[in-house]
Design a protein around this ligand. Structure first.
Ligand SMILES: [Fe+2]
Ligand SMILES: [Fe+2]
Length: 375
C-alpha cells in the first residue's frame, strides 16, 4: 500500500511506503551488491534486534519539553522530497571510471546503503512492536528518513548497473541481538559519526568542487542534518535514565567509542583510491571526524577518547596492520595460512585491548543535551 501515492522513496512519508517502492524496483537489482551487503564480519554493517519491550517502557517525562521540540522538527519533515535525482544530478561516467576507484566507490555505496537500511529495519521494527506513543512516534520518523537515505543510495547504484535488494536483505540477513543500552550507545554513535563523516566530506567538496567525482555528495548537507537529529533523539533517550551514562556503563561507552572509531579507521584505509579521488588524506579525514564526533558526544557521554595521545595513534595503526595481514592470510591455504590468520587475530585483539586501555578524557555533561549542527 502506498499511502500518499508517492512513486519515489524521497516522497514517501513512512518507511513501509518507501520500501514498497524499492521492492518494485528490486527485479533490476544485482546479486553481487546484495552479496556484499549480506556479509557479516566485524567490520561490515550489521542488522540488529533488541528487547523491544524494554525500549517501549522508556518514559520521556524528564525531558518532555526538549523531546517535543525535536519531534516537532522531525514531523515538519524539512527533507521531504529532497532525496531524489534532479537537475543537480550530473551525468556519471561509470564506464570511464578508473576500475580501482569504481570498485572502492561501489563498495562505499553498498556499505553506506546497508548501514542506512540497518537503521531503517531496526527503527521500523521498534515502531511496529511498541505501544508507547513517544517511542513509536520517534522510531517511525527515523525509519522514514533511513528508508529515503537507503533508497537514494540505491538509485545511485542502479546507474552503475548494481543495487542492493533491500527486500531480500530484510528476510535473509542475520540479525545480531543487542541489549537496549548497547543499541543506545552504538546507534547514537553511528548517527553522530555519520553526521560528522557526511559534513566533513560536504565541506571539503564545497571548498574543492573539482574533486566531486559523483553528484551524490551534493546531497550530503541535508542528509547529515537528518543523522544529526537521529543522534539527538538517542541522546535524549539516554538522558531519561542517568544510570546509562555513569558507573560501570562508562566502560561500555569507552568500548563502543573505541570499536566505532577503530572500525571506521580500518574501513576507510581499505579505500585508498576513493579517498585520493576525493582529494582527502585518509588520516586527516579520520582525525577530523573523530574530533567532531568527540566534541558532539560530550553532550551525553562523560568521557571522550584521547585521540591525540601518541599511544592511541600507534595502536590504531598496528590494529589496522593486523587487519590487513588477516585479509591477506584469508586466501592462503594449508596450515601456513591458518597460522597466519591465528597470529593476525591474536595481534588484532591485543592492539584493540591496548587501544581500549589508553586513558580517556573526563568532563562534565550539560543538563540539557540538545545541540544544533555546527559544522
Ligand atoms: Fe541515514
Ligand atoms: Fe540516521
Amino acid at each position: 500500500m502506498r499511502a500518499s501515492g508517492a512513486t519515489h522513496t524521497a516522497d514517501a512519508t513512512t518507511a513501509e511506503e518507501g520500501l514498497a517502492i524499492q521492492e518494485a524496483q528490486a527485479k533490476f537489482d544485482s546479486d553481487t551488491a546484495t552479496g556484499l551487503a549480506m556479509q557479516n564480519t566485524l567490520l561490515t554493517p550489521r542488522f540488529y534486534t533488541t528487547d523491544f519491550d524494554e525500549l517501549d517502557a522508556i518514559d520521556v517525562t524528564s525531558v518532555r519539553d526538549i523531546w517535543d521540540e525535536l519531534i516537532a522538527e522531525m514531523q515538519a519533515d524539512p527533507n521531504k522530497g529532497h532525496f531524489k535525482k534532479n537537475e543537480d544530478w550530473d551525468h556519471v561516467d561509470w564506464d570511464g571510471m578508473e576500475p580501482e576507484l569504481k570498485k572502492e566507490f561501489i563498495d562505499f555505496l553498498v556499505s553506506s546503503c546497508t548501514a542506512e537500511f540497518s537503521g531503517c529495519v531496526l527503527y521500523k521494527e521498534m515502531k511496529r512492536r511498541g505501544a508507547n506513543p513517544d517511542v513509536t512516534g520517534l522510531f517511525q520518523l527515523m525509519a522514514r528518513d533511513e528508508a529515503r537515505h537507503a533508497g537514494f543510495i540505491n538509485d545511485a547504484l542502479r546507474e552503475a548497473g548494481v543495487a542492493v535488494n533491500l527486500g531480500f536483505l530484510t528476510k535473509a540477513k542475520k540479525y545480531t541481538y543487542f541489549r537496549p543500552k548497547f543499541i543506545y550507545y552504538a546507534t547514537y554513535l553511528s548517527e553522530k559519526i555519520g553526521y560528522a563523516r557526511y559534513i566533513t566530506i560536504f565541506r571539503h567538496l564545497e571548498a574543492h568542487p573539482e574533486y566531486r567525482f559523483h553528484p551524490i555528495f551534493k546531497w550530503f548537507r541535508e542528509w547529515c542534518n537528518d543523522e544529526f537529529r537521529h543522534g539527538e533523539a538517542f541522546a535524549l533517550l539516554m538522558k531519561t535514565d542517568p544510570r546509562l551514562t555513569r558507573g560501570g556503563n562508562v566502560l561500555w561507552i569507552k568500548f563502543f567509542l573505541t570499536a566505532v572509531y577503530a572500525t571506521m579507521y580500518i574501513r576507510d584505509h581499505q579505500r585508498p583510491a576513493f579517498h585520493e579521488a576525493l582529494g582527502v588524506d585518509t588520516d586527516w579525514y579520520g582525525h577530523e571526524v573523530f574530533t567532531k564526533t568527540s566534541e558532539i558526544s560530550k553532550q551525553i557521554f562523560p568521557i571522550t577518547l584521547d585521540i591525540d595521545n601518541p599511544r592511541w595513534t600507534a595502536n590504531l595503526k598496528r590494529l589496522r596492520q593486523a587487519n590487513t595481514d588477516l585479509t591477506e592470510a584469508a586466501d592462503r591455504r594449508g596450515p601456513g595460512g591458518m597460522l597466519a590468520r591465528l597470529g593476525a587475530r591474536i595481534r588484532a585483539g591485543m592492539f584493540f585491548a591496548r587501544l581500549y586501555l589508553v586513558p580517556a578524557k573526563h568532563h562534565e555533561v550539560p543538563d540539557n543535551p540538545r545541540m544544533e549542527p555546527g559544522y
